[in-house]
Ligand binder design. Structure first.
Ligand code: ADP
Length: 490
């Protein structure tokens, strides 16, 4: 028998757009709850969904919000004394949003720091406050959907409260792992200061038994990654970060759902940041955007020269070094590249050096510039994404929407979203398996050969522009997981 005709979901994240963004999690938390709220009861076994979002009340968002009301005041217990918490409620379009205030969130300006111990205290306070909040609101949540190491310990604490407190008895937890290597640090002492017992976690390797993400993985009812292929990859030693055996043991309760993109925000037909708006009906106008880029960045203005782009964090993960070396290998050919990114100074310097070596071909822009990113998607021919690993990846999906063809390593979500097939009817880009400059440069040559035949190239562009990377598509897959978990509860 169904418990009620409502499906209550609390989506819990450390960041969410449009309020606060550091990484990709913010995009997911800012889009997925809305997409779920907009599905129909048929998608949820004939239940009405009530999905709400909770994030910390970061100092950075204090001044941007009005119309907030205080809904709960309570204390979180710590060995050094009680930490007062206040929770505010507001609306984010069609979603109820809770903001948890207190502890370090009162004084700290940053969403994350480089001090894992400090962040553990901060987010454990938040995690415990979330559990307290639903109890004070007397809101019978069906599923607590947590994200990354910062909120993973909610799954652990819930597993205890389910046994001792009837209020939590039927609640289930989901943990999405957006980037497995980021697990948090040793938390045993901090957990004990907040009254949490050490995790026996027998099925985890010993080193992982005091670290938030693995503890959350051990305790959550369902584990998710942000693409089906990354899910498979983390079952292997190459990508599993030492947890592959544990993950294999959880195979039946492990899933992978590709992220979507906000198709209103990323729409070449309405994009205010680009010079010439376009869609499938006037694709040839897109050439104006390429011309604009070539002239603005003082490259030879010539539509027959393929213009590559990289828009990326400068991080080992992204394989910028591989791209640089592969471009060197084909320096005798006509191409241009614009590199936009910030991060690791060593990688930034390598990109600058490439520009010094090939001043007529390369432009390196060390910056985080969202407006320029829109222009680059709208005017470049090929985006290079040679990632070492890629849990989901957004750039390839955004690029395809703008007719910028992706050339990527066949890994994670890149492999799930790009089709490199001999059948031109389905092809949307170029993939290569082995992470080496040789293989990448051979793939670049393959793409440049196709580029010479504009009929072939346009077909690949059109296929990508037609692909459906909407959040609605992904949200339906999340609905199936939620349905499965609540059916188990009965
Ligand atoms: P990750 O989240 O691992 O950095 P994704 O591909 O999932 O990579 O998402 C990257 C997002 O950040 C995309 O929206 C991309 O346009 C944007 N981005 C990355 N670097 C820059 C930059 N230097 N300037 C502007 N936008 C950037």
């Amino acid at each position: 028998m169904k418990k009620n005709q409502k499906l209550n979901i609390l989506y819990i994240a450390s960041e969410a757009v449009p309020l606060v963004k550091v990484g990709g999690l913010a995009d997911v938390a800012g889009s997925l709850p809305h997409a779920l709220a907009n599905l129909t009861p048929e998608d949820f076994a004939n239940k009405e969904i009530d999905i709400r979002l909770v994030i910390p009340f970061h100092s950075a968002i204090r001044s941007t919000l009005n119309n907030i009301k205080l809904v709960a005041t309570f204390d979180i217990h710590h060995t050094r004394g009680k930490i007062p918490a206040r929770v505010f409620q507001t609306n984010l379009d069609d979603i109820t949003l809770y903001l948890v205030e207190g502890g370090f969130f009162l004084s700290d300006q940053n969403v994350y720091s480089t001090d894992l111990q400090y962040d553990t205290k901060k987010y454990l306070f938040f995690s415990l406050a979330v559990l307290e909040l639903i109890k004070i609101l007397n809101w019978q949540v069906d599923i607590l959907h947590t994200n990354d190491w910062q909120t993973a310990l909610i799954c652990y604490e819930l597993s205890h409260r389910r046994l001792s407190d009837p209020f939590f008895k039927n609640m289930k937890s989901v943990l999405t792992m957006h980037n497995l290597p980021y697990m948090g640090g040793n938390s045993e002492k901090i957990m004990s200061e907040f009254g949490l017992s050490p995790c026996p976690c027998h099925s985890l390797p010993e080193w992982a038994r005091s670290i938030p993400l693995p503890i959350g993985m051990y305790s959550a009812d369902f584990l998710l990654t942000v693409s089906p292929n990354y899910m498979k990859e983390i079952l292997t030693p190459e990508f599993g970060c030492g947890l592959q055996d544990f993950l294999i043991s959880r195979k039946d309760t492990l899933g992978g759902i590709l992220n979507g993109i906000n198709q209103d925000q990323w729409n070449p037909k309405t994009d205010q940041h680009i010079n010439t708006k376009f869609d499938l009906s006037n694709l040839s106008d897109r050439g104006n955007n390429k011309e604009y880029l070539q002239s603005t960045w003082k490259l030879t203005v010539d539509h027959t020269i393929p213009l590559f782009v990289m828009i990326s964090r400068m991080d080992q993960q992204k394989g910028v070094d591989i791209a640089i070396n592969s471009l060197r290998m084909i320096s005798h050919l006509p191409w241009q590249v614009i590199i936009l990114g910030t991060g690791d100074p060593v990688i930034e310097t390598r990109c600058r050096s490439l520009e010094v070596e090939y001043p007529h071909k390369v432009r390196t822009i060390i910056d985080f510039d969202p407006e320029l990113a829109h222009k680059l998607y709208a005017g470049s021919d090929l985006i290079l994404i040679p990632s070492r690993y890629e849990p989901s990846g957004l750039t390839q999906m955004i690029a395809m929407r703008y007719g910028c063809v992706p050339l990527a390593r066949a890994t994670g979500g890149l492999k799930d979203s790009i089709i490199d097939h001999s059948n031109l009817e389905v092809k949307t880009g170029y993939l290569f398996e082995e992470l080496s400059p040789d293989v990448m440069s051979a793939t670049l040559i393959r793409a440049m050969t196709d580029f010479k035949n504009q009929e072939v190239w346009q077909k690949i562009q059109i296929n990508g522009m037609k692909a459906d990377f909407s959040w609605t598509n992904s949200a339906r897959k999340y609905a199936l997981i939620y349905n499965r978990l609540t059916e188990e509860t009965g």
